[in-house]
Design a protein around this ligand. Structure first.
Ligand code: HEC
Ligand code: HEC
Length: 441
């Protein structure tokens, strides 16, 4: 045993059934059985090639194929599904390997199209005025490709356990399912993770729930240095990326030379996030077809929404230029914008987030207090607190806790309408997916 840092065992039952289980975990390395039972998953934040050895009796070990893990997750087909089989990774046989982008990452030979997204006419005609892309960081295909790799790279966290995507998962609208996310060392974040759909079309161009980041370029470097989220420093990240040969290729393709610095990291990440655009929802299709595809319930919901909600969740992207107060709580626990400006009048003021893909980003609000869209609607219907500066048309005349007094049909309609803003063509698009996730041949 001394020779092996890790002994991972996969026991297959006679029927060939294996329950999804974590078999063994050491810091930085994990061997597990994936959900569909005949795969092993190896995770390794280092750049190593591992030899997978197998045995049926734990005595005689046969050398298996050597696999590179690419600082990510490797799925390896597990042999012997119908009998007992044990697997181990022998650290003495693990070799650091130099890598090229082509060998280390699953990237297309010609970069995906990020620079020129194709939008349907109505969306295209409205979205231009909302665009916050700065002239000195225009999205390019190679820049966003680099940003994609960085977004999924765990090297960006102190112990190489956490990438941006740990808390911004594509299938959840680039948010996660927890009220508060979990950072690199297991601590909880102070607020709910935010979805990243169409951040480019937030006219205000300010980010985070309290809008303390003046641009996406500023925001993307904050999680790396946040003591809870990723907990590292920019010099350490630059050093780590510089030690990885494939980054020299990606930085050269994006910026002309191989130099790696925090400005370039920020620009590439911002380009990638700006490129996550959605214009293919049921609502977008409806805009082109006179709402022929909408059900009566969705039509009712759209009407209620435009009367009651669209002062704040306005325009084609359902945001506003400035943060607002929706009376979520009293007394105010999280001051939001007030914590940044120091003005009492800003206490309880928060970013009006886009509602695109909102069906996928549960739970809701800056503290993740609502589990479902039904709960959100019931809050607006009956639970709005009267706070100083409450936004229109929330019930500020009543001067007491209250709401919109909607009928059940109107409430159901609102939920149905919000679900027409879902766009899984974005959340499943390979160009936004994890380039470190490999399946061994
Ligand atoms: C540990 C979880 C976690 C990690 C890791 C993380 N984020 Fe976030 N992200 C959050 C939370 C929580 C918020 C809201 C924080 C707040 O408002 O204070 C957020 C907010 C954001 C926003 C603001 C969106 C908006 O509309 O205002 C962007 C953009 C973003 N993250 C990008 C990134 C990038 C890029 C990375 C990697 C460099 C990253 N995040 C890593 C949890 C995380
Ligand atoms: C006065 C402005 C205002 C109005 C009107 C308003 N909202 Fe909001 N909405 C906000 C703000 C601000 C937030 C974020 C608040 C927070 O997290 O503290 C928010 C958050 C939300 C969220 C959660 C988004 C997320 O990503 O967690 C949903 C869903 C939502 N609103 C739907 C609605 C609906 C439906 C209506 C109409 C019934 C409505 N809003 C009316 C300002 C408003």
């Amino acid at each position: 045993m001394k020779a092996y840092l890790l002994l991972a065992i996969c026991v297959m039952s006679a029927a060939g059934q294996t329950s999804p289980a974590l078999l063994a975990e050491k810091p930085g390395l994990l061997l597990s059985v994936a959900g569909d039972s005949h795969f092993l998953e190896i995770k390794d934040p280092g750049n190593r090639a591992w030899m997978l050895q197998s045995s049926s009796d734990l005595k005689a070990w046969a050398d298996g194929p050597t696999h590179r893990v690419f600082n990510g997750v490797l799925r390896v087909p597990a042999a012997g599904a119908d009998r007992k089989q044990f697997y181990r990774l022998n650290p003495e046989l693990a070799q650091p390997l130099p890598s090229s982008a082509a060998r280390a990452l699953r990237l297309p030979a010609t970069p995906f199209n990020y620079a020129n997204p194709v939008f349907p006419p109505v969306f295209a005609s409205q979205v231009g005025a909302l665009d916050n892309q700065p002239a000195d960081n225009v999205v390019t295909n190679t820049g966003a490709t680099l940003g994609r790799v960085l977004f999924y790279d765990k090297r960006l966290s102190a112990n190489q356990s956490t990438s941006c995507a740990s808390c911004h998962q594509a299938e959840h609208g680039f948010a996660d399912t927890r009220p508060l996310s979990v950072g690199f060392a297991g601590e909880k974040t102070h607020r709910n993770s935010m979805g990243l759909t169409n951040t480019r079309y937030h006219l205000g161009g300010k980010y985070l729930w309290d809008e303390r980041a003046a641009s996406l370029e500023v925001q993307v470097l904050m999680p790396i240095q946040d003591p809870i989220e990723m907990g590292t420093t920019l010099p350490i990240v630059v050093e780590r990326l510089s030690a990885e040969p494939f980054y020299a290729e990606l930085f050269t393709a994006a910026f002309g030379t191989a130099e790696i610095n925090s400005t370039r990291i920020s620009r590439a990440l911002a380009q990638f996030i700006r490129s996550i655009s959605s214009a293919n929802t049921k609502l977008d299709i409806a805009q082109e077809t006179n709402f022929a595809n909408f059900t009566p319930q969705e039509l009712l919901g759209r009407e209620v929404f435009s009367n009651r909600c669209s002062t704040c969740h306005s325009n084609v992207n359902f945001t506003t230029i400035a943060p607002s107060k929706n009376g979520l709580e009293l007394p105010i626990v999280d001051k939001g914008v007030g914590g940044v400006t120091g003005l009492t009048f800003d206490d309880g003021r928060f970013k009006v987030t886009t509602l695109r893909n909102v069906e996928l980003t549960a739970p809701y609000m800056h503290d993740g207090r609502f589990k479902t869209l039904e709960e959100v609607v019931e809050f607006y219907n009956s639970g709005v607190e009267f706070v100083d500066g409450l936004g229109f048309p929330l019930p500020f005349f009543e001067k007491t806790r209250g709401g919109m007094n909607l009928t059940q049909a109107e409430k159901d309609g609102l939920v149905a309408f919000m679900k027409t803003l879902t766009d899984t063509s974005v959340t499943t698009d390979e160009k936004f997916s994890d380039p470190f996730r490999y399946q061994a041949e």
